[in-house]
Design a protein around this ligand. Structure first.
Ligand SMILES: NC(=O)c1ccc[n+]([C@@H]2O[C@H](COP(=O)([O-])OP(=O)(O)OC[C@H]3O[C@@H](n4cnc5c(N)ncnc54)[C@H](O)[C@@H]3O)[C@@H](O)[C@H]2O)c1
Length: 442
């Protein structure tokens, strides 16, 4: 590595840890907002967090014309080796590999990053990328806390970045059609939105004892700002979602996709008037999970109710669907999931209030969502799921968890950005970062 580059990376670590900036202010300030790119301009992408969803996102990016993967970053050598071979197979060119995301930020040839790390590791690389003048596709939920989400919104707007949040349903044609039906009065006055997600994986892996860190894994970097602990395979790749330090369980994992549709349908841009939740950990004690296996959360809105329900370890649900939404109106109920939507009318004196709509099929929309991101990198427009939409629904999901964790009904104070005098709930708004990582200041 050239001396100047090594020196820069050294400075990067030093100054960022002291100031809370991930890249030094001098570097961040030197990046003007990127100019529009023409369709002919190549877009160089790096992926941070390569094992699961991040790599699927990258595959979709590489299907778009003019996109090249120039770098991969992961803390696990085995993942890096496998994904490097995968990328070579797809594009015929080998990307550079890194184990420390800060090195990605130093490479001015990189236009955009995909962040596919566990939820506790979204905020710092995201803000570093914004400061380094890169556009970002960040997986959902936007972050593992309300306070991190807020900093990510500020960073996006301060550094003029194009940010797509991985809530890909916003790019799904059948979801858009369902939204149009609801918004044009197709179900009459909307009063309630029932949202549910019952998934086996929500109970985590069978419990196992702690074990040595696998060879080639930088576990300290995997933990990052989360508390120090010994390695346990049941809270590592994939299954981290069921532990508070890294994720929020089914309501932040699947809940954000589905609750996002509830907020989108009603053009909601604010937090609920109040949130209450019931549930707990009632089942599968032989499986490793801290997040709730059984949960109901009720969001009081101005003129309707949003109700979330999950049952981890089960795969049955209302309307024969293990997950979905039912938009309940005076004239009809519209039921939707990723497979499509249908409309069940109410009747009056034996006559349907509105015509029934038989099942209209839909499909997954990951590739469309990535296509939209790439187009927006070129046009500098806000993508289909802008940062504010990612922040809003992540906050709803975190509020549901905080309500149940503190066994309290919560009211958000928008002026103070907290839960008023509820100290226990306020303590869960912002995580305590483990040194040397510093909560980012924007
Ligand atoms: N949009 C969707 O439909 C969808 C679906 C699944 C997952 N996700 C989201 O994608 C993200 C990743 O989930 P997953 O299931 O792929 O997790 P995973 O555990 O399978 O993969 C995460 C990868 O990140 C790596 N990593 C961890 N810390 C890192 C660091 N500091 N620097 C670089 N790499 C690091 C891990 O080694 C691993 O390879 C999560 O936020 C999840 O919620 C979204």
């Amino acid at each position: 590595m050239p001396t100047s580059r090594r020196k820069f990376i050294g400075q990067l670590a030093g100054s960022s840890l002291v100031s809370g900036l991930i890249v030094p202010e001098t570097v961040a300030a030197s990046f003007a907002p990127a100019n529009k790119k023409s369709a002919a301009d190549k877009i160089n992408i790096a992926l941070i967090g390569c094992k699961g969803m991040g790599f699927y996102d990258l595959e979709n990016a590489l299907k778009q014309p003019g996109v090249e993967c120039v770098a991969l970053c992961d803390i696990d050598d085995e993942v890096l080796t496998k994904r490097t071979a995968d990328v070579q197979r797809i594009q015929g060119k080998v990307p550079v590999t890194y184990k420390d995301f800060r090195k990605v930020m130093d490479d001015k040839a990189i236009d955009a990053v995909i962040i596919g790390t566990p939820d506790h590791w979204h905020c710092l690389p995201f803000i570093a990328a914004c400061q380094a003048g890169k556009d970002v596709y960040v997986e959902k939920p936007l972050a593992n806390s309300i306070a991190e989400c807020d900093q990510m919104v500020k960073a996006t707007r301060k550094y003029n970045r194009v940010v797509q949040v991985g809530q890909q349903q916003r790019s799904g044609p059948h979801w858009k059609k369902a939204m149009e039906i609801i918004q044009s009065g197709g179900i009459g006055q909307l009063r309630r939105i029932n949202v549910w997600g019952n998934f086996n994986y929500g109970i985590g892996q069978p419990k196992v004892p702690d074990s040595p860190v696998p060879k080639g894994v930088d576990f300290d970097m995997w933990l990052g700002p989360a508390p120090q602990r010994s390695f346990n395979s049941a809270r590592f790749h994939g299954s981290w979602r069921m532990f508070w330090d890294y994720g929020g369980g089914l309501v932040t994992d699947w809940g954000v996709h589905l609750l996002d549709m509830a907020l989108w349908a009603t053009n909601t841009t604010t937090l609920p008037l109040s949130v209450a939740a019931t549930g707990g950990n009632f089942a599968f004690a032989d499986h490793a999970h801290e997040t709730f296996d059984t949960m109901d959360a009720v969001f009081q809105m101005k003129d309707h109710v949003i109700r979330w329900e999950h049952n981890a370890g089960l795969q049955q649900g209302p309307y024969g669907r293990l997950y979905g939404l039912a938009f309940v109106g005076n004239d009809a109920t519209l039921v939707a999931d990723r497979g499509g939507y249908e409309l069940f009318p109410e009747s009056d004196n034996g006559k349907y209030k509105v015509p029934a709509i038989p099942k209209q099929s839909g499909s997954e929309s990951h590739e469309l969502h990535m296509k939209n991101f790439i187009e927006c990198i070129r046009s500098r427009k806000d993508p289909a799921c802008p940062i504010e939409a990612g922040r809003l629904v992540a906050a709803y999901a975190h509020m549901a968890n905080i309500a149940l964790r503190t066994k309290s009904s919560l009211v958000w104070d928008p002026n103070k950005n907290d839960f008023g005098n509820n100290a226990a709930a306020n303590a869960l708004i912002r995580p305590k970062y483990r040194s040397p990582w510093v909560f980012p200041a924007i």
